[in-house]
Design a protein. Structure first.
Length: 464
């Protein structure tokens, strides 16, 4: 691409894509293993692998830059382990509204861990006077999380909390699982909607900071960057907004869904659809107000991202409702695979390609460079609207698909779970520590180049 990027951004692109590719390759493997073997052992091994790779990468000298890129990409293997398996353990520990709450706690750790990662990484760099120590602090958190999971987190029987434990006698083949998932319309549509979210977040993460920087040049409140390494103020502000909106989105999404379930049984996909459509409006407004007001653009980004992130935990809960326990790890893994393949694996490149094409059509100027990137980014709200339509399609089939997966006694009694505080803490351990560590090295990459609870009642049903 000839689209102007700051040098640090250019160098981070290979790592980003290699990380996504390694994550995509490893996720289906961990999904297969997670449906057939001891999940907490697999989970811990994945985290230990991530920790070892991260620690090892801190000792690579700059002469072996390619090895550093390889090691940073391999962390996707470790991350795919807990991203694919952790939600299924939570799904077998809790049900109904309790599961929604616990999944919310789990996904809250994404933005929280991101923020802590930057803080801890920066502190380690300053204290030690060497950015390599950020890569040496984070593995301590990973090893701690892996050990706590191995020692304290239970390995629940698949389907026990859904009163299906006694019905699971044999497991179907992987091919049979995939055919069943492909016929599950709620799963397919919600996965496509997740890909739409991933498309937008991937493109925003790469291009919005640069877009806002160009907006300031157009407003004449900042000079165009001509240095090899440019100021990352806009990236830091956008990162902070993303962390805060992630926290707010997950909390508001869980609370809204719990309330709306009293009104309609299709609350989960409908809340996701409405939030996506609302998000598209505010994201469109970004490109309207950015030319005149950076503060106004940040306000639109804040509201748009909050609405966009409402569906993180809800989408996982939809999957738990419509997929049988022995296929959930595979389902989570392939949902992640689809989200990356159709989402952030290609959206940054596509946006850059469109912007390049627009720039080459007209005379280059600061204003046109700003407008061309904005026009390219306008693709994102349309993809988000498409994602909202996929969630509406999910709502059409949600009750039928859920009916195939919910035991008769639970449907009649409306049984819910109650959970003890120590189980709540276990859920937190599943995500917080391993989520904190991966973001620690993010801010220093360019520097390398430059130096459960059982429900009441009993019952069973046959598998579909």
């Amino acid at each position: 691409m000839v689209l102007s990027l700051e040098e640090g951004e250019k160098e981070s692109v290979p790592v980003i894509y290699f990380f996504i590719c390694s994550f995509m390759v490893a996720a289906p493997i961990f999904g297969y293993l997670g449906d057939r073997f001891n999940r907490k052992v697999i989970l811990s091994c994945g985290i230990f692998f991530w920790s070892i790779v991260t620690l090892s990468s801190s000792f690579i000298s700059k002469e072996y830059y390619w090895l550093f890129v390889l090691s940073r990409g391999l962390v996707g293997i470790g991350e795919s382990s807990y991203s694919s398996i952790s939600p299924t353990i939570i799904g077998d520990l809790f049900t109904s509204n309790s599961r929604t709450m616990m999944l919310s706690v789990f996904y809250l750790a994404i933005p929280l861990g991101s923020g802590l990662g930057y803080i801890l990484g920066s502190s380690a760099k300053v204290a030690a006077g060497d950015w390599h120590w950020a890569l040496r602090v984070s593995p301590v958190l990973g090893i701690t999380a892996g050990t706590l999971i191995l020692v304290f987190v239970p390995e629940p029987k698949r389907g026990s909390v859904d009163q299906m434990g006694g019905r699971i006698k044999t497991r179907t083949s992987w091919l049979c699982d995939m055919k069943a998932l492909a016929k599950n319309r709620s799963y397919v549509f919600s996965s496509l909607a997740s890909a739409a979210v991933s498309f937008a977040t991937g493109a925003f993460g790469m291009w919005i900071p640069l877009y806002l920087a160009r907006a300031q040049v157009v407003q004449k409140t900042a000079e165009a960057c001509t240095k090899e390494i440019c100021s990352s103020t806009d990236s830091l502000i956008f990162g902070a907004i993303t962390c805060v909106t992630g926290l707010l989105g997950v909390v508001i999404g869980a609370a809204t869904t719990r309330f709306c379930r009293q009104k309609t049984e299709r609350a989960d996909p409908l809340v996701c659809a409405v939030s996506m459509l609302g998000s598209a409006i505010f994201i469109c407004l970004i490109f309207v107000v950015a030319k005149k007001s950076i503060v106004g653009a940040y306000v639109c980004i804040f509201i748009g991202e909050t609405l966009l992130f409402l569906n993180w935990a809800i989408t996982a809960d939809i999957l738990m409702f419509v997929v049988i326990p022995t296929r959930r790890a595979t389902a989570v893994a392939f949902q992640s695979f689809t989200s990356h393949l159709l989402g952030d694996a290609g959206s940054p490149y596509l946006i850059g390609l469109i912007s390049d094409a627009l720039q080459q059509s007209y005379a280059t100027s600061a204003l046109w460079r700003f407008l061309s990137l904005g026009y390219a980014l306008m693709l994102c709200p349309f993809i988000i609207v498409l994602g909202g339509m996929f969630f509406l399609a999910t709502a059409l089939f949600f009750l039928d698909d859920r009916e195939k997966n919910v035991p008769v006694s639970q449907k009649c009694s409306g049984a819910d779970t109650s959970c003890s505080s120590h189980q709540f803490v276990k859920v937190c351990l599943l995500r917080l520590l391993p989520a904190t560590a991966p973001l620690i090295p993010a801010f220093i990459f360019s520097s390398f180049k430059h130096q459960r609870c059982a429900p009441t009642g009993h019952g069973s049903r046959s598998w579909p």
